[in-house]
Design a protein around this ligand. Structure first.
Ligand code: TXA
Ligand code: MG
Length: 346
């Protein structure tokens, strides 16, 4: 029989200034040191943390999430002084990015040291590292004082969690605890970049935009996206992701959305539409969900996963989603919608 634990829930106010001495942070940090797995908030999404040095802890993460073992984890640190424990060296090209964007939603790939569990990096010779910009995460990482591997704290394949409640929906009694620090801010995961080659390569768009990276590193130092879809360099990018229960159609042209709603309704389907506040009145569907404001795509990113989860609650037969411009944070939003979709319609 599956072993279950009673998941502890600690509520922590991220605004208090003595987080390090809070009982919740101390207890959660102790569990991490004992190779248990604990979920915690970051500025992007909730992560499921475990000791990056411990095979035992990493196995618990993969098991709880049902994650394929060839998909490596991001290791979280609170201070630059921890970096050389896990990365062999820091390429010059990475330095200005670290100075500009850490702490923050930028994950950087380095050659790994022996100390990092091979299970955490799925056998790769590299390790992905980030310093989250969230007081609760930073306090927990400092108190534990070990690098913490943490994928998003959802069951593999589901939308990432932006509240402790989402974590519990997916992982209750499968993990030792969750630190509830309220709703996350950015709402989509960190940007993952590879700095081990001659140019910076963006492997996953996220909270720090291509435009921000180019402004700091110089456009000529950032590899431009090509239409070539060859080998997948970030192993996680090849799996189905972020999927609500009902099939999601991502529709690129607005006119086509109205036709598709009519088509699906004629077949007796209950139709849900994912849109923004600007367009919410325009659709004749069974359920219309406004996810943020198109005029400020940061608000769409912030609510995206919560919106996708809401369609599960509403239990519609199909979901039809608007598309967004692939600029700024829009690139991350579209990347997630493309992965959530069963079909992309022109
Ligand atoms: O915002 C975030 O990044 C969140 C929070 C919790 O920090 N974490 C997160 O982790 O999104 P996860 O495991 O859901 O996604 C990690 C991504 C995957 O696409 C994985 O394949 C890639 O990072 N990755 C990890 N290590 C890698 C490596 N050594 N080389 C290439 N890609 C790597
Ligand atoms: Mg994830």
């Amino acid at each position: 029989m599956e072993k279950t634990v009673k998941t502890k829930i600690w509520s922590v106010d991220k605004h208090v200034n003595n987080l390090l001495s809070s009982d919740a942070i101390q207890e959660a940090a102790r569990l991490l040191q004992e190779n248990e797995v604990v979920a915690f908030p970051t500025e992007t999404v909730y992560g499921l943390g475990g000791n990056a040095y411990s095979d035992e802890a990493i196995e618990k993460i993969f098991h709880a999430k049902g994650r394929p073992s060839d998909n490596p984890l991001i290791v979280h640190i609170y201070s630059k002084k921890q970096l050389l424990n896990i990365a062999q060296h820091v390429p010059k090209i990475a330095e200005p990015l670290i100075d500009s964007f850490w702490p923050g939603p930028l994950t950087i790939i380095f050659p790994k040291t022996e100390a990092v569990s091979e299970k955490a990096t799925a056998g790769l010779s590299t390790v992905a590292v980030r310093m989250p910009d969230h007081p609760v995460a930073l306090a927990l990482l400092e108190k534990a004082d070990i690098p913490i591997a943490a994928p998003s704290a959802n069951r593999s394949g589901k939308p990432s969690p932006t509240t402790a409640q989402h974590v519990l929906e997916d992982l209750r009694d499968k993990i030792a605890g969750v630190v509830d620090g309220g709703k996350t801010d950015v709402g989509v995961e960190s940007t993952v970049i590879d700095v081990t080659g001659p140019q910076i390569e963006i492997l996953r768009p996220g909270g720090i935009t291509r435009e921000q990276i180019e402004a700091v590193a110089g456009k000529e130092n950032v590899r431009q996206p090509s239409s070539f879809t060859g080998a997948v360099k970030s192993p996680g990018m090849k799996y189905t992701h972020y999927s609500p229960n009902a099939p999601l159609y991502l529709v690129l042209s607005k006119e086509r959305i109205h036709d598709l709603i009519a088509e699906k309704k004629a077949k007796g389907k209950r139709v849900g539409v994912l849109t923004t506040v600007e367009n919410a009145e325009n659709y004749d569907a069974d359920y219309v969900h406004a996810c943020g404001e198109r005029a400020d795509l940061r608000t769409v990113a912030s609510q995206l996963y919560e919106s996708l989860r809401q369609f599960d609650v509403e239990n519609r037969d199909v979901i039809i989603s608007e598309a967004f411009p692939k600029e700024g944070i829009g690139a991350a939003i579209m990347n997630r919608l493309e992965k959530a979709a069963v079909k992309i319609i022109q």
